[in-house]
Design a protein around this ligand. Structure first.
Ligand code: C2E
Ligand code: CA
Ligand code: CA
Length: 384
């Protein structure tokens, strides 16, 4: 075992001597193929030019509590770097990694708030990545501070998703906007079907919760394309680029390089969403008819109009990319009809229509549903 030779005094001196910098690793949109953000990763650049990775000093900084000093100082650096990023066209988001110790009191939060008030930084372009282990110890000040961050307009990312024991539970407790699939889970996907299923279900769950899904640790084109087909939307990893010093990163952005782009993964999600919607209408009908409890139960009614259901969100959002495909254009009408019919059906069952009437409507619902699935598949074939 290689013993870490770094002692706390050296870390404190390094901070005093301004030896910590950020490297930036690009994040690429799998829908557009463009760089849409970066993760800021700390590096210790020694005076002799040697670069020390975070694994050599962050654990000690965290266990000693000195991490809070580092985080505050690095936030100032981020502000300086972000002003240079301002030249980048379009939306661009930078994420930083934080430790739960940073939120044990309000000093870091106050620090961020001051910077936002002084308009030094736009909170909408910052994300904070938190790991399960850094969230240990539910409740208390840290949890309240995470919510304050979100109120300030900063987004929370659950890092290393798929490791730890209670990630899913934590997702429901904090207002995350993004989950980041752990690089271990992503890399094991290539060698095991089980891992691929875990990744697939994680993406599906994140999507249904309305979260963005980032995959990290992508080291090959094959993994990139597989994740893209499964509906993952943002990619990070050595196959795209390793973390780079600021100016190398800016050079990369200026090259306007493109990675493979397609919304086919989201199309697949749209198909599943449609099946899910149809099922929730039918479940509700059965439940009301058989008086098996509260109709649509705690999940509520299925979306009543064709713009607010998940398929509709795709159609009028990312799906627009396919607006020149005839199946896409044809889809709008039956989809609207389907929702009208769904609403009629729900009204009918609630007002006590006969079984025959309901069966007739459910048959029509299935027919329309079949038309929609076929059109979605036509779009898919057209793209492929
Ligand atoms: P992390 O947040 O999980 O960051 C991702 C790590 O994976 C980074 O290592 C990155 O360089 C590496 N990586 C990126 N793409 C690939 C890939 O395709 N394959 C493989 N095998 N690895 C890839 P790095 O920069 O050494 O950072 C390690 C950890 O140190 C980070 O893990 C994070 O937990 C922590 N860290 C980094 N910067 C900071 C910081 O500013 N503050 C705090 N508190 N922690 C930090
Ligand atoms: Ca991270
Ligand atoms: Ca990670």
């Amino acid at each position: 075992m290689i013993e870490s030779t770094v002692i706390l005094q050296e870390i404190e001196d390094a901070l005093k001597n301004d030896e910590f910098i950020f490297y930036y690793q690009p994040k690429v949109s799998m829908i557009t193929g463009e760089i849409v953000g970066a993760e800021a990763l700390i590096r210790w650049q020694k005076q002799n030019g040697k670069i020390v990775p975070p694994s050599d000093f962050i654990p000690l900084a965290e266990s000693s509590g000195f991490i809070s000093e580092i985080t505050k100082a690095m936030f100032q650096k981020l502000i300086v770097d972000m002003n240079i990023f301002n030249d980048i066209e379009g939306d661009f988001t930078v994420s930083i990694n934080a430790s739960s110790k940073d939120f044990d009191d309000s000093t870091f939060i106050d620090h961020i708030q001051l910077a936002i008030q002084a308009k030094q930084v736009d909170p909408n372009s910052i994300e904070v990545e938190l790991t399960e282990s850094s969230l240990f110890g539910e409740g208390g000040i840290a949890y309240a501070n995470f919510s304050t961050l979100v109120e300030m307009g900063i987004s929370l990312v659950m890092d290393d998703f798929g490791t730890g024991f209670s990630s899913i539970d934590t997702l429901s407790k904090l207002p995350f906007s993004t989950v980041k699939l752990d690089q271990g889970v992503v890399s094991r996907m290539e060698h095991s079907e089980k891992n691929q299923t875990i990744v697939e279900s994680s993406i599906r769950m994140g999507y249904q919760l309305g979260l963005n899904i980032v995959a990290e640790g992508i080291e090959s084109e094959e993994v990139y394309l597989t994740l893209q087909n499964l509906g993952c939307t943002i990619a990070q990893g050595y196959w795209i680029s390793p973390p780079l010093p600021l100016f190398d990163f800016l050079d990369l952005v200026r090259q306007k390089k493109r990675w493979p782009s397609t919304a086919v993964g989201l199309l697949y999600m749209a198909q599943l969403d449609h099946i899910h919607w149809r099922k929730s209408v039918i479940d509700g009908v059965f439940s009301i008819k058989n008086r098996k409890g509260g109709g649509f139960g705690f999940r509520g009614r299925p979306a009543s109009d064709s713009k607010s259901c998940m398929l509709g969100k795709w159609y009028y959002g990312a799906g627009r990319e396919y607006s020149d495909i005839s199946a896409y254009i044809e889809l709008e009408k039956p989809h609207k009809q389907l929702h009208d019919l769904g609403n009629t059906l729900i009204f009918a069952v609630e007002s006590g229509s006969t079984k025959e009437e309901l069966v007739e409507m459910m048959r029509d619902l299935s027919k329309l549903s079949g038309v929609i699935i076929k059109l979605l598949q036509d779009i898919e074939n057209e793209i492929l």
